[in-house]
Design a protein around this ligand. Structure first.
Ligand code: PLP
Length: 416
């Protein structure tokens, strides 16, 4: 069973001060993981992880990660603002967006972010909106040249990035328009657990970079292989061996860039940075026994959409019953009027009762962040378990006033 960073007693104490449901992040584990990632790639002088802010857009988490030299991978204006408010600016921001509005390019440029273009048509658009920056990057979509995986799909069906022909054309165009410094990006997997996949991605991107350099007369400063490093959601799965990825990336680097000026290797991971270190904590509200047994929680898919969206597996632990045999089979549900509002289907758990605290694991990335308000569900709080055992609230729960803040009920008077 999963080892949690809190005992059953400690969790009850936290839940007595902070009403469920809430997300809680383990700061010590996030820090240790960040340090390990940094150390794994120390061979590459310019190495940087740009934390994918979309995975956990909480400034407290961004601030912690920035202490390890992490930048921010941003995809929207609010994410750029989070990064700015955390003091992460300039080339410590990678702006990887798609279908981008003018004001977002303008904000990225104003912050001095690295602009990572998603499409060849964005080159004249960017030029018109705010000029071509000195440093620029393009996103490569290898199409049928590379297999994707279940979550990201086949690259040729993905909306992201330039085709092979377009990317050669794009860099020539950017150079002609005055760009002087260049990087290249790709991201072709999501939640991938095979380390070899990322090494192959390095080989593909490094090789392409050299071909583009020769054809366009430019020199690359960085290669960004994106995020997509998976985490072991299911029992029996193993985390990606980042030391193996690093060693393989180094071998490819030496093969492709011998005698070349230094090229920085960039990652933009979200899931593997915070995912395993965040937990959704909820109480059992009702036990329902009909055609199946249902454990109804006070959390819903509005707090964690992955199971409903992708059929994703999240381990569920009942800390106070960790020594009780998992003798019952439950669908673990939320209260949304959607039958896929289930955190688990036919899951073996100890017998549950109303009031039991349950912990849904691996909710630290693409968890709270994907929250929504359907059925009038209010988004939960986020807490941080600090290394000294204290707990701080890093985002309060939404209130009904938040929910109604975009409505003007006074306009109803005399409306019909
Ligand atoms: C462009 C880009 N970079 C990085 C990420 C982060 O992916 P992950 O959290 O799987 O590492 C995503 C995820 O959607 C993405 O779209």
């Amino acid at each position: 069973m999963r080892k949690l960073p809190f005992t059953a007693e400690k969790l009850e104490e936290i839940a007595s001060a902070h009403p469920t449901p809430f997300h809680i992040y383990d700061e010590a584990a996030i820090r240790a993981n960040a340090e390990r990632l940094r150390a794994a790639f120390a061979w590459n002088p310019g190495f940087r992880e740009y934390f994918a802010v979309k995975a956990a857009p909480n400034p407290y988490l961004v601030k912690i990660l920035s202490e390890y030299g992490f930048g921010c991978d941003c995809s929207s204006l609010p994410e750029l603002v989070i990064s700015e408010r955390c003091g992460v600016t300039g080339e410590r921001i990678m702006f990887t967006s798609n279908d981008t509005p003018a004001e977002e390019f303008a904000k990225a440029r104003a912050l001095g972010a690295v602009v990572n273009l998603d499409d060849i048509s964005h080159i004249p658009f960017l030029e018109k909106v705010c000029g071509i920056p000195e440093l620029v990057c393009c996103r490569f979509n290898p199409g049928p040249l590379k297999e994707g995986n279940a979550i990201i799909g086949k690259p040729e069906e993905a909306k992201y990035g330039f085709t092979r022909d377009q990317i050669f054309e794009g860099y020539k165009m950017l150079k002609a328009k005055g760009a002087k410094r260049f990087g290249i990006h790709t991201m072709v997997a999501s939640n991938e657990l095979n380390p070899e996949y990322f090494i192959e991605t390095c080989a593909m991107l490094f090789g392409l970079a050299r071909e583009i350099e020769a054809a366009a007369g430019i020199t690359f400063e960085f290669c960004n292989i994106g995020g997509g490093i998976g985490i072991p959601y299911k029992p029996g799965q193993r985390p990606v061996d980042m030391e193996r990825v690093s060693a393989g990336a180094k071998a490819e680097y030496e093969k492709h860039f011998a005698g070349h000026p230094p090229v920085a290797l960039y990652l933009e991971c979200g899931r593997m940075v915070t995912g395993p270190y965040g937990y959704l904590v909820s109480r059992v509200r009702h036990i329902k026994d009909t055609y199946r047994k249902y454990a109804g929680l006070d959390a819903t898919m509005a707090d964690l959409m992955r199971p409903a969206l992708y059929g994703a597996y999240h381990e569920i632990v009942v800390p106070a019953k960790k020594d009780v045999p998992a003798s019952e089979t439950y669908d673990v549900t939320g209260s949304l009027c959607e039958n896929n509002d289930k955190f688990a289907i036919a899951r073996k758990l100890p017998p549950l009762a109303p009031g039991d605290l349950v912990v849904i694991c691996d909710a630290g990335a693409h968890g709270h962040a994907m929250g929504f308000n359907y059925n009038g569900k209010l988004r939960s709080a986020e807490l941080l378990l600090r290394p000294d055992g204290s707990v701080v609230q890093i985002r309060r729960a939404e209130t009904m006033d938040d929910y109604f803040a975009t409505l003007d009920f006074s306009g109803l008077e005399g409306f019909v």
